[in-house]
Design a protein around this ligand. Structure first.
Ligand SMILES: *Cc1c(COP(=O)(O)O)cnc(C)c1O
Length: 358
């Protein structure tokens, strides 16, 4: 017997064909590439946080059900009666659990594009068919086209980010309802950016049996904690829970999250500040020549440059400002850059660097 122990022989060809999720080195840079909250843990919370974490029984396995986090989430996020909660190691893990649990009958996953890359990435990694449906050139929803695609492809899951990443916009509520009404499968509404807008679809979990709503701590100042939330009927969540690794939420994350939820107003006020700074940043960007600025309901702003986007991006990097270049990632994103809203000082540095580079 001649065993082939090579990587090429043993790793799934479709995995070999994937590109790894790129994470650039940001040491020493003004970091405006990843939609993080720019503010550290508030000074007033540090002692309390430290003593809570110091008291955690790290010698024990976590409580797999994370009861304290869930109970506080119910209160803080006003989770409706009859709506259950599933926690993930970031919402990325929740997307993965959904993809792992879905039938292997060729129905697959659908999402709008340009959109969040993890939907297609995790669909592919878990061996599901993936179908992207294009937004219109101005990034609004093509309602007739999307409704037709739902009928044609019959996806088992539709992922819908509201606001959408990387475009930053919300679709009209009537359009979202129309998609939910005619979707032939599960609809997951991803509200990662809801702290920066007035939209809130949690109530849809009461109106529709086939709607789940996903949220995360990542954009409100706790990206390093890795905690995402999925809300919906227990019928769905009980099944998804079976593919969850038993201790996916570690003891420090559980304790930190419970503490953060007790002081959630601090994080909400940071989000409000970011929201106000988004407006100031948008105004400053609009005043720059050769820049089209798209309206945003999230903590980032999408822009299109008249000059080659890659050149602008590289120029900014040389000046110590890291943003995200989206040119080449989707045809509709030609010449586009995405700027995360930072502190007002960071935003000013970004605008000033752009003024030099454009
Ligand atoms: C950033 C983001 C998330 C968050 O993922 P985590 O794994 O919770 O950090 C989820 N959905 C969208 C659309 C995002 O942009």
């Amino acid at each position: 017997m001649c065993a082939d122990r090579s990587v090429q022989a043993l790793i799934r060809p479709d995995i070999q064909a994937l590109a790894a999720y790129p994470v650039p080195d940001a040491a020493g840079m003004v970091k405006l590439d990843a939609m993080e909250n720019p503010y550290p843990l508030p000074e007033a919370l540090r002692d309390g946080w430290a003593s809570v974490l110091a008291g955690v029984a790290v010698n024990r396995y976590p409580d797999s059900r994370s009861p304290e986090v869930k109970e506080r989430l119910r209160r803080v996020m006003r989770v409706p009666q009859g709506c259950d909660i599933l926690l993930g190691n970031g919402s990325d893990e929740l997307i993965q659990m959904i993809c792992l649990s879905i039938v292997r009958s060729g129905r697959g996953v659908m999402a709008l594009e340009p959109g969040f890359v993890m939907y297609s990435m995790l669909a592919k990694v878990t061996g599901l068919d993936y179908q992207g449906v294009a937004l219109q050139a101005d990034f609004s929803l093509d309602l007739p086209g999307t409704l037709a695609a739902l009928q044609t492809y019959n996806p088992a899951v539709l992922f819908l980010a509201q606001p959408n990443n990387p475009t930053g916009n919300l679709f009209p509520v009537e359009h979202v309802r129309a998609l939910v009404d005619s979707a032939p499968g599960l609809v997951v509404i991803d509200e990662a950016y809801m702290p920066f807008c007035d939209s809130d679809y949690l109530g849809l979990t009461g109106d529709y049996e086939h709607v789940l709503v996903m949220r995360t701590f990542s954009k409100v100042g706790l990206a390093g904690l890795r905690l995402g939330f999925l809300f919906g009927r227990s019928g769905w969540l009980d099944e998804l829970d079976k593919v969850r690794l038993p201790y996916n939420i570690n003891v420090l994350t559980q304790a930190g999250a419970a503490f953060a939820l007790e002081h959630f107003d601090e994080f909400r006020s940071q989000a409000a500040r970011i929201r106000a700074d988004r407006q100031a940043l948008a105004t400053a960007l609009q005043a720059l020549p050769g820049l089209e600025v798209f309206q945003s309901d999230a903590n980032f702003i999408l822009v299109r440059t008249a000059r080659e986007a890659r050149t602008v991006f590289t120029g900014l990097t040389k000046k110590g400002v890291l943003i995200k270049c989206l040119d080449g990632t989707h045809p509709l994103l030609h010449s586009c850059l995405r700027i995360t809203v930072g502190t007002s000082e960071e935003n000013a540095r970004c605008v000033s660097a752009l003024r030099d580079v454009l």
